[in-house]
Write a protein that binds this ligand. Structure first.
Ligand code: PLP
Length: 237
C-alpha cells in the first residue's frame, strides 16, 4: 500500500460518509442514525490501517482465517470487529472470543454455541439474525416466517445481545425492488419490537444499494467496494 492508495481510501471514506449523510437527509432520517461498517475482506492490513488513520473504527470480515490474521496484526489498534460471513459450528469459538459483533446468525444451534463460548469477562456478543427476504436466490438466512421464534430464543441467551436483523438480498439494480426487500426486513424488525424485544440495529445496504437501505431504515450499512475499491482475488476458504 503506497501513499496514493492510502489517500484514495481516505477520500473514498469521505465520499461514502457524505453519501450516508445526504441519504439521511433525503429520507428524513435523524442525522448520524446510520453508521458505517467498512468491509475489509480480501483487502490487506495496510488498507485497514489507512482507514483507521482516516477515522474509521468498525470493520467487517467474512473469512475467519483471514480475519484472525488481521486481528493479530492489529492488536494495538482500537477496532470494533464485526464477523459478517456465514458461520459454521467449528468457527463459533474464534468468533465468540475475538469479535464484538456477528451479523449472520441463522440457526439456534450456532447462537447457543456462541453464547456458551463467549468469555464471561467480555460484554455479551452483539448479534443480528440474518433473514432471507428475497427467496430463491440466496441460500443463507432464515425464512421470514421463522424469524420470530428464533429471535426470542436468541434474545434469551446470556452470552449474546440480540441487536436486530440483517439481510443480504439478491443484487438487483432497480431502486424500487431494492427498497422492497429492505422494507420487508424493517417490517419484521418492527413486529419483533412490538413483541417486546429491545432492538436497535437494521444491518442492511452495501455499495450498490446503500441509498435504498437508508430509505427503508438501515442503521448500519456494510460497505466494501466503495471504501476500499475492487476486491483482490479470494485467497482463503
Ligand atoms: C462483501 C460484503 C459486503 C460489502 O459488499 P460491497 O458490495 O463491496 O459493498 C457487505 N455485506 C456482506 C455480508 C458481504 O459479504
Amino acid at each position: 500500500m503506497n501513499d496514493a492508495q492510502a489517500t484514495t481510501i481516505a477520500s473514498n471514506l469521505d465520499t461514502v460518509r457524505a453519501e450516508i449523510r445526504a441519504a439521511e437527509q433525503r429520507w428524513n432520517r435523524a442525522p448520524g442514525s446510520v453508521s458505517l461498517l467498512a468491509v475489509s475482506k480480501r483487502h490487506p492490513v495496510a488498507a485497514i490501517e489507512a482507514a483507521i488513520a482516516a477515522g474509521q473504527h468498525a470493520f467487517g470480515e467474512n473469512y475467519l482465517q483471514e480475519a484472525e490474521e488481521k486481528r493479530h496484526a492489529l492488536t494495538d489498534a482500537d477496532i470494533e470487529w464485526h464477523f459478517i460471513g456465514p458461520l459454521q459450528s467449528n468457527k463459533t469459538r474464534a468468533v465468540a472470543e475475538g469479535f464484538d459483533w456477528v451479523h449472520a446468525v441463522d440457526r439456534l444451534k450456532i447462537a447457543q454455541r456462541l453464547s456458551a463460548q463467549r468469555p464471561s469477562e467480555l460484554a455479551p456478543l452483539n448479534c443480528c439474525i440474518q433473514v432471507n427476504v428475497s427467496g430463491e436466490g440466496s441460500k443463507s438466512g432464515v425464512a421470514p416466517d421463522e424469524v420470530t421464534p428464533l429471535a426470542h430464543e436468541v434474545a434469551s441467551l446470556p452470552g449474546l445481545r440480540l441487536r436486530g436483523l440483517m439481510t443480504l438480498p439478491e443484487a438487483v439494480v432497480d431502486f424500487a425492488a431494492q427498497r422492497q426487500a429492505f422494507r420487508q426486513l424493517a417490517e419484521l424488525q418492527a413486529e419483533l419490537v412490538q413483541q417486546g424485544l429491545n432492538l436497535d440495529t437494521l444491518s442492511m445496504g452495501m455499495t450498490n444499494d446503500l441509498e435504498a437501505a437508508i430509505a427503508e431504515g438501515a442503521t448500519l450499512v456494510r460497505i466494501g467496494t466503495a471504501v476500499f475499491g475492487p476486491r483482490p482475488e479470494k485467497t482463503h476458504e
